[in-house]
Design a protein around this ligand. Structure first.
Ligand SMILES: Nc1ncnc2c1ncn2[C@@H]1O[C@H](COP(=O)(O)OP(=O)(O)OP(=O)(O)O)[C@@H](O)[C@H]1O
Ligand SMILES: [Mg+2]
Length: 257
């Protein structure tokens, strides 16, 4: 079943077309890969779906409902989560505080609790804290919970960002280069976590990744962007054998030049 449909999406920055008429359908409980050379438009596509940049044209439909004109926090509340290529932390806050912020798309009653007073608020805060600690434990980060985010290595910040995004209990989670900055051991753990997230929580993933071995092994369906256009889609082996994809990465062969 299609959970999220992106239809004819175009994103333009002051005249530059970063994404050009792209359509892409995410199937529930699947792991999708989004690849393409630097500047292909991958992050722009993700930003547009999440309401972080305006779209010039197109529709985005989540479980039958159009969401492209909603603000970012309502798109998050509709079940779409994301992580950031640059890990975007609250730099001067602890890891625990950063992960707790992820719950706010999920706990919509927060505003009301603030009005109603402290007891309900304190209980909600306690529950969120316990959830966040469990999430940190799942990523082997619990020992670092009181560390200030900015002091941690980039790879660790990326893991914190993933834990934060999961706190919102998304149905669709879009990961922008989730293993960049990690050593092999950390990267393998995060890839395994991606599989587990899909299997156990039923989350549908869209993973942007430059490491071909990793993404071909992880994703069941691959979508390839080049100069803002979708040039290929299919299984990993279909995509790897596609001459347009080979050319996008390696440039035209001598025979064509
Ligand atoms: N905020 C912005 N303002 C102007 N141009 C932008 C902005 N963000 C991205 N671009 C341009 O849009 C194009 C697509 O960039 P985008 O970051 O979406 O690519 P990407 O596929 O994520 O690349 P990478 O693999 O390097 O992360 C590039 O030409 C980039 O320079
Ligand atoms: Mg990018």
């Amino acid at each position: 079943m299609t959970l999220l449909a992106i239809e004819n999406l175009t994103v333009t920055y002051r005249g530059l077309r970063a994404v050009s008429g792209v359509s892409l359908a995410l199937q529930e409980h699947r792991i999708h890969g989004l690849i393409g050379p630097n500047g292909a438009g991958k992050t722009s596509l993700l930003n547009a779906v999440c309401g972080f940049v305006p779209l010039t044209a197109g529709r985005i439909v989540m479980t039958g409902r159009e969401i492209q004109s909603l603000p970012a926090h309502r798109i998050a509340a509709a079940g779409i989560g994301r992580t950031f290529q640059q890990a975007e932390m609250l730099a001067d806050q602890t890891i625990l505080a950063n992960v707790m912020t992820g719950a706010y798309a999920h706990r919509r009653s927060n505003f009301l609790q603030n009005l109603l007073g402290t007891r309900a608020k304190r209980r909600a805060e306690r529950e969120t804290r316990a959830d966040a600690e469990a999430m940190l434990a799942a990523f082997d980060l619990l020992a670092l919970k009181d560390e200030i985010a900015v002091n941690l290595p980039f790879g660790t910040q990326k893991k914190v960002d993933l834990a934060r995004a999961l706190m919102a209990r998304p149905r669709v989670l879009m990961l922008d280069e989730p293993i960049s900055g990690m050593n092999d051991v950390e990267a393998r753990a995060v890839i395994e976590a991606c599989r587990r997230i899909t299997r156990e929580r039923g989350v549908t993933l869209l993973v942007i990744e430059h490491n071909m071995h990793v993404i071909m092994d992880l994703a069941e369906t691959i979508h390839v962007l080049h100069h803002g256009e979708m040039i290929a889609e299919g299984t990993p082996s279909e995509v790897q054998g596609n001459p347009l994809v080979v050319e996008a990465y390696l440039g035209p062969s001598d025979a064509d030049a």
